[in-house]
Design a protein around this ligand. Structure first.
Ligand code: SAH
Ligand code: SF4
Length: 366
């Protein structure tokens, strides 16, 4: 099997070239071709001797996930659907703003964590994405957006907030993050790369040691009783542990605060008392809040909090001096908003075996 070079960060490429009897500086050359210039054809790598190019054609390949569709929202948001084989497809979203362009990347086909309000979670889990499939989303999006290696960056920020839990796919996330930061590849600053996690505490500690980037934590509830229901991983890593992990993360982090994401669910977690409880909970964690109006999807069973409720909730947090923003919903006309990413996932967890059973009963009944 040829080695897919998109699976390798700088260290991996250096090892690969050593393994085929080539000098380490080749790794840097090829890294630049692949990621800085987005080159997908060995023959175009003109400063590499013909003989080595022929060798590479035999031993290696450049295989990003293939683009299935590219939809454009009225507000300029773009949603890309990529085939990752075996009947699975994943989604990537580009969100243009005046001062930046943000790419929202997926890390798993589905998600095993089953948060109550998340459409990815509802689909179940198939598998982790490979490094090539994670970084390949950036590689492909750059191409689709018409990037010019010498011109201005179209994608200035990356958020790992698409389908899946990034920290549950740590081993593949890490080389992908390193490529995003590598000056010979995408050269993004650590502040402009954000990992969003539902709170896998041990992996947060690893990330702070291995590759500290900006951190967003999906909080969604001020108490363990409620968070256990909304974000089931809380049963394993409850709020006290999560807050302690946030504090441990910050000294190494490129920003001096954690962003807490908080989905606003009508009548569930959006009372004034919840906001006050949040302030108590996060008292010792330098943080900002990002309130996310819930984006509905079929059979979610939740409603979005009203605009006035969200405003009042934000007001309570801000009155206590905590910077609070409310996420503007983007791309919902093409189902590209937070929590609407579904792609296509052939679930392999026991969860769908259960719901499939009940589905077939319904089918029989009808
Ligand atoms: N697994 C990671 C990253 C992907 S989810 C995490 O949970 O943080 C990215 C963000 O979208 C999370 O904050 C998540 O809570 C939010 N989200 C999920 N479902 C949503 C929905 N239906 N409406 C709005 N936001 C949602
Ligand atoms: Fe997974 Fe994040 Fe969705 Fe929870 S919110 S199910 S962790 S993708």
């Amino acid at each position: 099997m040829p080695t897919n070079l998109l699976d390798l960060d700088a260290a991996g490429l250096t090892e690969f070239f050593a393994s085929i009897g080539e000098k380490p500086f080749r790794a840097k050359q090829v890294l630049r071709w692949l990621h800085r210039f987005g080159e997908g054809d060995f023959d175009a790598m003109t400063d590499i001797a013909k003989a080595l190019r022929v060798k590479l054609q035999g031993e290696a390949c450049i295989a990003p996930p293939s683009l299935l569709s590219d939809k454009k929202s009225e507000d300029g948001t773009r949603k890309f659907l990529f085939d990752v084989g075996g009947g699975n497809a994943i989604e990537t979203v580009f969100i243009p703003e005046e001062d930046r362009g943000t790419l929202c990347i997926s890390t798993q086909a589905g998600c095993a964590l089953d948060c109550a309000f998340c459409s990815t979670g509802k689909q179940g889990f198939n598998r982790n994405l490979s490094v090539a499939e994670i970084i390949g989303q950036l590689w492909q999006a750059n191409k689709a957006l018409g990037f010019d290696p010498k011109g201005e960056r179209i994608i200035s920020n990356v958020v790992l907030m698409g389908m899946g839990e990034p920290l549950a796919n740590y081993d593949n996330l890490l080389p992908a993050l390193r490529l995003m930061l590598d000056d010979n590849a995408y050269g993004l600053s650590r502040r402009r790369v954000t990992v969003s996690t539902s709170g896998i505490v041990p992996a947060m500690d690893r990330l702070s040691r291995d590759c500290p980037v900006a951190l967003a934590v999906s909080l969604h509830a001020p108490t363990d009783a409620l968070r256990d229901r909304l974000v089931p991983i809380n049963r394993k890593y409850p709020l006290a542990d999560l807050m302690a992990a946030c504090r441990r993360y910050l000294p190494a982090a490129p920003r001096d605060f954690v962003t807490f994401e908080y989905i606003m669910l009508d009548g569930i977690n959006d009372h004034d008392a919840d906001a006050r409880e949040l302030l108590r909970l996060t008292r010792e964690v330098p943080c900002k809040f990002n309130l996310i109006p819930f984006n509905p999807f079929p059979q979610s069973g939740f409603r979005r909090s009203g605009a006035e409720r969200v405003r009042r909730f934000a007001e309570i947090l801000m009155a206590a001096g905590v910077v609070t923003t409310t996420r503007r919903t983007r791309g919902d006309d093409i189902d590209a908003a937070c929590g609407q990413l579904a792609g296509q996932v052939l679930d392999r967890s026991s969860r769908t075996a259960r719901s499939r059973k009940s589905m077939s009963i319904v089918e029989i009944a009808s």
